[in-house]
Structure formats: C-alpha cells, structure tokens
Design a protein around this ligand. Sequence first.
Ligand code: KE4
Length: 428
Amino acid sequence: MKRDTSAALWREANRILVGGVNSPVRAFKAVGGEPFFAASGSGPRIRDVDGNDYIDYVLSWGPLVMGHAHPRVVEAVTAAMRLGSSFGISTEAEIRLAQRVMRHFPAIEKLRFVNSGTEAVMSAIRLARGFTGADLVVKVAGCYHGHMDGLLVRAGSGLTTLGQPDSQGVPQAYTRCTLVVPYNDLDAVREVFTAYGDDIACLIVEPVAGNMGVVLPEPGYLEGLRELTRSADALLIFDEVMTGFRAAMGGAQARYNVTPDLTVLGKVIGGGLPVGGYGGSAEIMDRLAPLGPVYQAGTLSGNPLAMAAGLATLDALEQPGVFERIENTMTALAQGLGDIARSAGIPVYQTQAGSMACLFFNEQPVRNYEHATASDTQRYAAFFRGMLERGVYFAPSQFEACFMSAAHTPAEIDQTLEAARHAFQALA
Ligand code: KE4
C-alpha cells in the first residue's frame, strides 16, 4: 500500500509531537512500521491520508460502537454545536444522558461526568478514600485505569506487593499506597485484606480485563471480590470504561450479575467525544463537592457536544436487536479467525465478552497478566502487519482488545477472514 502522505506527516509530527503522537499506543511501537494518518471514517471503515481504506476493529479504542460518523451522531453534535459548544453551566442534556446511562446501570443512583476515563478513575479513587477514610488502593496486575500516578504500578512477583512505580515522574510516596494482586487470584486478595484490611479504601478492577488483551473473570472471581471488599468495608470499583455497553448493555456487572459500589465509565457514553463518568449510591456520591468534602471539578465536564454524541449513540444502540447483532458479528469474526489460525497450524487462545474480543498468539489459556505476557508478540505483530497490508486494521498491540460496531456487516467479516487466510498462511 502507498503511504507517502502518511510518511511525510509522520516525519512532520515527530518534530513537534512527542513520538509523533498524542497517545503512545498510536506510534505502532509494539508492531513495528510507521502508523498511517487517518483522514476520515465511515461506518466500519477508516480511510488514511493516502486514500487507503481499512476495516476498523479499533474503533477509537472502543467508543464507536455504532461505527464512524454515524448519521444520528453527526446530526446531534452538529445541532448542539449550532447552539453553542460549552456554557460552563448545567444543561438538560447532562440530565438526559445520565438518565440513559442509569437505565442500564441500576447500581448508579448518582453520576458525575468528567472528560476522560483517567479523570473518572482518579475521581472515583479520591471519593473512595474520602468515603472510607482509608488510604490504600488494591489494583490488579494487567488492568489499566488510565495514567493516574498512583495506579501506574508494576505488579510484584505474582504475590501481594507494595507497588513500585511503572513510570518515571511518579514518586514512591504515591505508589506506596497501592497494592497489586494478580487477576483471577482470590487467595492473593484474601492475603492483602488480611494484612491491610482496615487501611484499604477500595479495590479497583476491570471486571473483564481489556488492557492485557481480553481476559475473562473465572467463575466466582468477581463474586469473591465483592465479598472480600464488603467484609472489609472497602469499596469495590468496577472500571467499566471499556466494558460499559460492550460486555453487555449494562457492562460486565450485568453480564456477571455482580454489583460494585462505584462504576467508572467512558468511551461509548461519549460516542467518540471526550467523556468519562463515575457513579454509585447517593450515600457515597453525595460526599462529592458541592455537597460533600471530596473535591472534583472540570471546565468541560458534561459539555453539550459530548452529551449529544453520547445520547445519539445510546439511542441507536438501544434499538431492539442492535446490541445482539453486534455481539453475533463479533462471534462470527472470532470463530472465523480461530478456525483459520488452527487450520494454518498456528496456536491461538481466544476470548470474547459481548462486542469486544481478543486473539492471543498463545498455546495456553490466558487467565492473568503473566499468561498474557507469555504470548508470541512477534507473531502478533506479523499478523497485524499482514492484515493491515490487506486492508484490515486490528489493535497495534497484542495487549489490547478488538472491537465490533453495528456498521460491520457480513461483507466486512468475509473480507477480513479472506485477508486472514493469507496472513496466517504467511505466518505458518
Ligand atoms: P482515557 O483516559 O484514555 O479516556 O481512559 C483511560 C482508561 C481507563 N480504563 C480503562 C479500562 C481503559 O481501557 C482506559 C483507556 N483505554 C486505552 C486503550 N486500551 C486508551 C487508548 C490509549 O491509551 O490511547
């Protein structure tokens, strides 16, 4: 594929944008080669600045569950823009989107919108600390919750460890309050609550992990987290930024019927515009300013454009049969890819939760971060490049999820599987 214009933009970008990007994963470091520059998106496809089309399974890392430039979203955001992009005072749209979200997340009695998943996580952690009066946070190795200092923590040697910063610029003092346990390991969680119980404010987890590839909770795992946190008077926080409206319409908490104390949301609820949100019982949420002593604020929180995009997206997604169709399309892709890989003699381990899925280049089941990082990332990179050259854009890292939209039809799946037959043959 010709990518001369992307290459020229890449050189220009690298002179003034750090690493040529505004978010690291976009630099394609995990898969090699230079990234393309997007010019436009339409439905299931993204077009680069050289006019190459790709079937898109990244979908802006999850938000575009209805596909690129969905007419109802374009119309709603355009209409909102004509009335003014931001007022810094409440608008009706904030109420309407909150109501729409809460329709699917009954555990949320009150909600606060912010501008990113990171901001929502950061705020939820502060709220949990304010509500419980405790300082320690338990996080799960391999779960990513945005770039909040205290959660940029490397896992210990598979046991409960006091966190060590995983990024420069994060003082040890910030991560000394972070405990790290392996995913799907309730014994490690019991150990940490036995050792630190009274000092733990919360445990935060991606109830379906989507940032080490997609790793599913084992039977009883989420229920065990619920029980252990409840018995220690610590809050259970489900980071559903990715799983919200993807693992199920009501997120992983609906899929697995486990209710957290706080839910963090983002991505889909903003329909492709900057948004985050967090919510829970009124008893907890009312500790937030202006009612309570836990401060959090934001110039563009609940901004009319993001509210309009979120509302239009959920309107379309709520139509009868739409979510099920997206999930079935995801299943068709996942099953097809697995069959083709196995017939090419390439061992893969597959996971799926609703409209998100993963193809691990791994002979073994992937239950946690340690298993995930044992995957053949070089082979994944070669698969990624082979598919990209054939007009299919998967996540540029083995440790991400693959997303489906309502705009993807059997035609896109057939085209993707045809490309995969050639890509896997080249890998065999
Ligand atoms: P943002 O601050 O990027 O809006 O959200 C952070 C976040 C929080 N929680 C979960 C479960 C998330 O997946 C994310 C962000 N996801 C990544 C993709 N795995 C965003 C892509 C990127 O970093 O460029």
